[in-house]
Design a protein around this ligand. Structure first.
Ligand code: GCO
Length: 448
């Protein structure tokens, strides 16, 4: 048996997002978001599921926070629904929306749980999509206005902020692959959207500094780690492109004020390039305080000139997969953390990591041992990275509870707590008690 001891100030946590858990989509003046629209468009989401009720956390947040307290987490990452704060994205502020998050954040603090707030986890007000969404700079300005409202209201109470969750998903998954709202399938649109959110990020960080907010701010990219199938240079370059698609494409602008040339070349060969106006790159390149990393899986790729814009193909290496079909490879988390060091010695939080394991309740219990095994392997790599001297400050398991898994609807379960979507009853899983023990000990035990 090996025991991995964690630093005494390590922030153990869990994460969720507004549209995935809150429900109450028509209450207290909330406006419509692009996910309301997308979910109700036939054929977009498995079973036509939508977030109207979800986990009903809007009403049951006290019960949820009691579970967080029982779990022992030090920090909770959640996102704010922009359409609750400014229903049409750019007009009147909705006091009832602010009141809800005040009640919620106060309750967290009362329970000694540090709120970690994501400003944008994909629920763009539909009214802004109607004017072109992130392609239109009015949406960028509206985001800055919304973030200013949040900073002024919650500055001091909330000390940890993230502007955007998973820029790759917002740009490419949603506007090139088309699997998420708004569902476009156009490379040029996805580059425009990516550029728009980077600008919004930079301007929002500027606003945060200008207001002198007591706290820290950053961004949370998702990375799929990639390894080349062979030592062959073309395969190596293919893996580099795949990594850069998730990371460098967004982080080079944030940290260096430039897009990576080899990716510009790659997109240009496919007929698209970002629309950069004078001053944009300087605006995007603002010093940030921390970086989030969302990590789930790794791929093995090889070069293939016919393999889409990135000219590569992923290979099935026969790895164990979670129930959503993603290969399990914890080493990718360790490698990704090392890779990020090229952006400097910045505080890093694992803002999401977890497994889709669909085990249900039997005799009042959920024996999700495969989730425990996943978490154990990944947390061991987190420890390894810390031992190497990486400034890793916290780990947030995705997710606190089962929730609306976007285009997969409710069939894919990532929670430490099981949610029965008919009765809305919450049942902590075996993994909940396992994680509770890790947090209580502040160490991880492995069997080897
Ligand atoms: C994400 C996601 C979560 C997903 C999780 C599992 O940020 O991709 O934020 O919302 O539910 O990643 O797919």
């Amino acid at each position: 048996m090996t025991i991995f001891q964690f630093p005494s100030d390590f922030k153990w946590g869990t994460a969720t997002a507004s549209y995935q858990i809150e429900g109450a989509t028509k209450e207290d003046g909330r406006g419509i978001s692009i996910w309301d629209t997308f979910a109700k468009t036939p054929g977009k989401v498995f079973n036509g599921d939508n977030g109207d009720v979800a986990c009903d956390s809007y009403h049951r947040y006290e019960e949820d926070i009691a579970l967080m307290k029982e779990l022992g987490i030090k920090t909770y990452r959640f996102s704010v629904a922009w359409p609750r704060i400014i229903p049409d994205g750019d007009g009147e502020i909705n006091q009832k929306g602010l009141d809800f998050y005040h009640r919620f954040v106060d309750k967290l603090i009362e329970n000694d749980i540090e709120p970690f707030c994501t400003l944008y986890h994909w629920d763009l007000p539909q009214a802004l999509q109607d004017i072109g969404g992130w392609e239109n700079r009015r949406t960028v300005d509206a985001f800055v206005k919304y973030s200013e409202v949040m900073f002024r209201e919650f500055g001091g109470k909330i000390k940890y902020w993230l502007t955007f969750n998973e820029p790759w998903c917002i740009a490419f998954l949603s506007n090139f692959i088309g699997a998420h709202a708004p569902g476009n399938t156009d490379l040029q649109v996805s580059l425009n959207v990516g550029h728009g959110i980077l600008l919004a990020h930079g301007k929002s960080v500027q606003k945060f500094r200008e207001l002198g907010i007591d706290g820290k701010i950053g961004i949370a990219p998702n990375m799929e780690w990639s390894v080349p199938y062979s030592k062959n240079e073309a395969d190596q370059a293919a893996a580099d492109r795949n990594i850069a698609w998730f990371a460098d494409w967004f982080l080079d602008p944030v940290f260096k004020g430039t897009y990576p040339q080899f990716m510009l070349d790659c997109f240009e060969a496919a007929g698209a390039k970002p629309n950069i106006q004078p001053g944009d790159m300087e605006t995007i390149c603002q010093p940030i305080d921390h970086l989030g990393l969302n990590y789930y899986t790794m791929s093995v790729v090889r070069s293939n000139p016919g393999g889409g814009i990135l000219q590569l193909e992923p290979l099935d290496m026969g790895l164990v997969r979670t129930d959503i079909g993603w290969p399990v490879e914890s080493r990718g988390l360790y490698e990704a953390l090392h890779y990020l060091q090229k952006y400097g010695d910045i505080d890093i939080y694992i803002t999401e990591n977890g497994a889709c394991i669909n085990d249900g309740v039997e005799n009042g219990e959920v024996k999700d041992f495969r989730r425990i095994s996943y978490l154990q392997q990944h947390i061991a790599q987190v420890h390894r990275a810390i031992s190497d001297g990486i400034n890793l400050k916290g780990y947030m398991a995705w997710s606190m509870m089962d929730n609306y898994e976007w285009a997969e609807g409710y069939r894919m379960r990532f929670g430490l707590v099981h949610v029965d979507y008919r009765s809305l009853v919450r049942t902590p899983k075996e993994s909940f008690y396992w994680y509770q023990n890790v947090i209580r000990n502040n160490w991880l035990e492995t069997k080897d």
